[in-house]
Design a protein around this ligand. Structure first.
Ligand code: BEZ
Ligand code: MG
Length: 691
């Protein structure tokens, strides 16, 4: 069954009961229809987030009252074990995993492809050509880069200076071309097409360390079952000889598993009361062991998180973040606001937790059985730099799933605040002592750095404010955010409302930061990224009276990963997803829901403008040209989903009214006319989309 609107909305309303319709429907299922079992489809639902206790629910908790003793089978995305665990804990669900969409390279479209061919012409230029012959080509490249809205420094005046300048543009094109994007949607019961499977397999190979894999060649080798040739190809693609056999195994297994359809048979098995075998949830590309789907997702051993790998990898990634900030500003950050979610930590064995500990200069402590039991400081001499004050904001889901790790992080902050160290090397202690002096509280309070919602509440509500359009001033986001997220979690697990402390700590923050969860979920795919990272950015801006850089770490693909600024990430997603015909046509192939996805990406983009800035005007301009001012496209969208089509037009007008893109009068007028046509269509006045 489905639920209209944002599934978590009811829950976000705090202690309210579900609507009458919602609870009456479950009562009808149980008592009148007398169902033997219930099937929930599709992840991040409503039932399991209804008010009540987090675990060990009683008959006073809404999820339990609604589902009672009905067997609950839940078709669930294989890459979202964290919310899946909540469905298991709070609504006794048996999860049946389904595949995420195939991934593909974004490729270069239209003006980018033209720029690429100009750059190719530059690279194959005749070495004897005279500067005056080459200058026009350089100028054409510059003009085309301008049309593509690529950032570049001034065009060199002399040909001898041109090589690095062209090289920089080419690097940007490479990033766009090779970015992985989800391709359409997964249809339950339909295995991937062979093309989709080939592209997905090459992404798995690249995540396993192979470089520049040709999908068709890999596909042929996998289909031929020629192990020797496959291993030879992997070593040719820069995979170490001792790693190639293992990667070849993974690829062969994944290839076979992707050809099978296991999800509908598993659903039938569940209804036949058969056993559904377990599997740990993960991203297909980094963790093809999550195949075959059609299995019951489980989590992790909480005593072993963060793993030894996550501590080492978290340190490496923390260094990457620091290096990026130093490169941009010349300064070592003294205070960082870090957003932590459950999903990526569950899938990576706690790498983001490792990042937080590394920034503070701490590590996990394990007892003699190897079970997590707390934090310990790394000495300043071993750390080799000043500690960093880390404000850690947890999603409600992280808080529910990782209580031990919540205490671990709080303990790390406390130990740092309590360390007898020079204040210039320990900003946590410096700011905690200052707060203590000002407010006369104990050190335990002044050292609180782990914030989340009050118990039983989730999300910051910033997403709903943006979605509703009912806000006047950006400072409203800061209020909404700090009201919702002003609850501090201490090293003993106690929670207390500390909005004033939160505001004080926000006022010191030098940068805000979050990790991407997976290839499928960009920061403009779902509204939760701007809800959490955008929300905290607006809160920092208000507390400081100035904006700070916002960074996104992308470790979802192959290689060392990358730290991008918010502007870079939004631009990349606009180019590879929202404005990329390969992406939006793959969405429109799915009709009604595809238009809704386009609308969601646009609204989420505006969520970034509203909370953190970071969206260049060309994104809105090109979105309006692509989806609304293009008559054929407008008609297609309206035929597939008139409500979402009309929302696209209105969102673009709203973005202009809020001064996010500087449309000229003519564009705005055209948008308004198109918007009115769509409204008329919705109201059935004209019955068709006016030309
Ligand atoms: C989480 O796992 O923490 C999370 C998942 C989806 C949305 C927001 C948070
Ligand atoms: Mg939601």
């Amino acid at each position: 069954m489905g639920y209209e609107g944002d599934p978590m909305r009811l829950l976000f309303e705090g202690g309210l009961a579900p609507t009458h319709i919602f609870s009456a429907y479950y009562r009808w299922l149980r008592e009148d229809y007398a169902a033997d079992a219930v099937l929930h489809f599709g992840t991040h639902g409503a039932l399991e987030f209804m008010p009540g206790k987090q675990v060990g629910l009683s008959d006073k908790c809404w999820p339990d009252r609604l589902i009672a003793d009905l067997p609950n089978f839940y078709l669930y995305a294989a890459n979202n074990p964290s919310e899946g665990l909540i469905a298991k804990r709070r609504s006794a669900a048996t999860l049946i995993s389904y595949l995420t969409p195939p991934v593909t390279r974004a490729d270069l479209h239209k003006q980018f492809a033209e720029l690429r061919s100009m750059i190719d012409r530059w690279r194959t230029r005749d070495p004897r050509a005279h500067d005056t012959q080459l200058m026009p080509l350089l100028e054409a490249i510059s003009a085309q880069a301008e049309r593509c809205e690529l950032s570049h420094s001034a065009t060199p005046e002399r040909i001898v200076d041109a090589e690095p300048w062209v090289g920089e543009l080419r690097t940007q094109l490479d990033e766009i071309e090779t970015a992985l994007i989800p391709f359409g949607m997964h249809v339950v019961g339909a295995p991937m097409s062979s093309d989709e499977r080939a592209e997905t397999m090459s992404a798995i190979a690249e995540a396993g360390g192979a470089k520049e894999v040709d999908p068709l060649r890999l596909d042929r080798l996998l289909a031929s079952h020629d192990r020797g040739a496959l291993q030879a190809m992997l070593t040719e693609s820069a995979v170490a000889a001792d790693k190639a056999p293992e990667l070849a195994d993974r690829l062969c297994d994944a290839f076979e598993n992707l050809a099978k359809e296991c999800e509908l048979p598993a659903l039938i098995d569940a209804l036949d009361a058969n056993f559904i075998p377990p599997v740990s949830g993960g991203d297909l590309i980094r963790n093809p062991e999550s195949l075959p789907t059609g299995r019951n997702l489980h989590g992790f051993d909480p005593f072993r998180l963060p793993s030894a790998f996550a501590v080492i990898e978290g340190e490496r990634q923390a260094k990457q973040l620091i290096a990026r900030h130093v490169a941009d500003s010349g300064l070592l950050p003294t205070s960082v606001a870090l957003v932590l979610w459950g999903t990526d930590n569950l899938k990576s064995e706690g790498v983001a937790i490792g990042q937080a500990l590394s920034l503070i200069g701490a590590r996990p402590r394990f007892d003699s059985y190897g079970r997590l039991c707390g934090a310990e400081l790394i000495s300043l001499s071993e750390l080799g730099r000043a500690r960093i004050d880390v404000l850690m904001t947890l999603s409600g889901i992280f808080r529910d799933l990782l209580p031990m790790q919540t205490r671990l992080l709080a303990e790390a902050a406390f130990l740092a605040a309590d360390a007898d160290e020079p204040l210039e090397l320990n900003p946590i202690r410096r700011s905690a002592l200052a707060y203590q002096e000002k407010h006369g509280c104990d050190l335990d309070t002044a050292a609180l750095r782990v914030f989340s919602n009050s118990e039983g509440a989730y999300g910051s509500n910033v997403n709903m404010l943006v979605d509703s359009g009912r806000w006047d001033d950006e400072s409203e986001f800061a209020d909404t955010y700090t009201n919702r997220k002003g609850f501090a979690y201490g090293r003993a697990g106690a929670v207390s409302q500390q909005t004033e402390l939160l505001n004080e700590v926000l006022g010191n923050v030098d940068l805000a930061y979050q990790n991407l969860d997976s290839v499928e979920l960009g920061i403009t795919t779902v509204d939760h990224y701007f809800d959490t990272l955008g929300g905290i950015s607006s809160a920092v801006q208000r507390a400081k009276g100035d904006s700070v850089p916002v960074y996104i770490a992308d470790h979802t693909g192959s290689g060392d990963g990358k730290v991008r600024t918010l502007d870079e990430q939004v631009a990349l997603e606009a180019r590879t997803r929202l404005l990329n015909p390969k992406w939006y046509e793959s969405m429109l192939d799915h009709g009604y829901e595809g238009v809704r996805q386009i609308e969601a990406h646009l609204t989420n983009t505006m969520g970034w403008s509203a909370t953190a800035g970071g969206v260049a005007p060309w994104v809105y301009k090109q979105a309006s040209e692509t989806f609304i001012l293009d008559e054929d496209m407008r008609r297609r969208l309206a035929e597939l989903n008139p409500v979402a089509a009309s929302r696209v037009a209105n969102r673009l007008i709203e973005a202009q009214e809020r001064d996010y893109w500087g449309a000229d009068e003519e564009q705005l007028e055209a948008l308004r006319r198109a918007g009115e046509d769509l409204e008329d269509l919705l109201e059935g006045i004209t019955g068709e989309v006016a030309a």
